[in-house]
Ligand binder design. Structure first.
Ligand code: PEP
Length: 247
């Protein structure tokens, strides 16, 4: 079983086109020698076109931060998977900020995952519990419910990576300890074995997100069931993000 490490940058609503170009030009040089890690950058929609041109012959993949589940139609302000497919290879779905500020439910995320896969986009599916849920020992129930509903009627995981992102660790500077993260990743892998089979479970990439930085990345990535990282704040500076990709 070989799971290639996946390190993805979620820029959220940050960087103009000009700032994106400057980042990519610097970053490309810093990670030239990295071979064993799949690096994905997910800039805002407005930067995708320019990024796709700049990344064409590089070892850096491009991702979007959201899609609509329909391919086209009267959905003002939305972007479809067909449109993203022209520019990017990945899409982040189910991020806690989308759940919290845009009322995205597991059911809606399930529709978006199906639309993404139909259009041959790879998915980074975010899941995770709140601090209150963790403190009341509901972490595994929440995770199980999110996975079962987000992956309902989806019968393979080949193009889906799961990002475990405890909400209390996102943008807060509070990282889950490697042991805490590993415990949940292990639970997720066992759940995938129950829902699918051993092979799918062993090959599924489960990455960690939540205040990952150049100092804590190494210890997290060393854990057996942690196959990479989804990085927010620390992915905005080329030097810092390259150090995380280099661990
Ligand atoms: C994220 O946005 O997915 C994230 C993990 O953010 P941060 O690294 O800033 O906590």
């Amino acid at each position: 079983m070989t799971r290639k490490t996946l390190i993805a940058a979620n820029w959220k609503m940050n960087k103009t086109i000009k700032e994106t170009v400057s980042f990519i030009n610097d970053f490309k040089n810093l990670i030239k020698k990295i071979k064993n890690v799949e690096i994905v950058i997910c800039p805002p929609f407005t930067s995708l076109n320019e990024s796709s041109k700049l990344l064409k012959s590089s070892n850096i993949r491009l991702g979007a931060q959201n899609i609509h589940y329909e391919n086209k139609g009267a959905f003002t302000g939305e972007i479809s998977p067909v449109m993203i497919k022209e520019l990017a290879e990945y899409v982040v779905l189910g991020h806690s900020e989308r759940r919290q500020y845009f009322n995205e439910t597991n059911q809606l995320i399930n529709k978006k995952i199906k639309a993404a896969l139909k259009n041959k986009l790879k998915v980074i599916l975010c899941i995770g519990e709140t601090l209150q849920q963790r403190e009341s020992n509901k972490t595994t129930d929440i995770i199980e419910n999110q996975i079962k509903n987000c992956l309902k009627d989806i019968n393979e995981m080949k193009n889906i990576a799961i990002a475990y992102e405890p909400i209390w660790a996102i943008g807060t500077g509070k990282t889950a300890s490697p042991e805490q993260a590993e415990e949940t990743h292990k639970f997720i892998r066992q759940l995938l074995k129950k829902l699918y089979n051993e092979n799918i479970s062993n090959n599924a990439r489960i990455i960690y997100g939540g205040s990952v930085n150049e100092k804590n990345a190494k210890a997290l990535l060393k854990m057996k069931n942690i196959d990479g990282a989804l990085v927010g704040g620390a992915s905005l500076e080329p030097e810092t993000f390259s150090k995380i990709c280099n661990v």
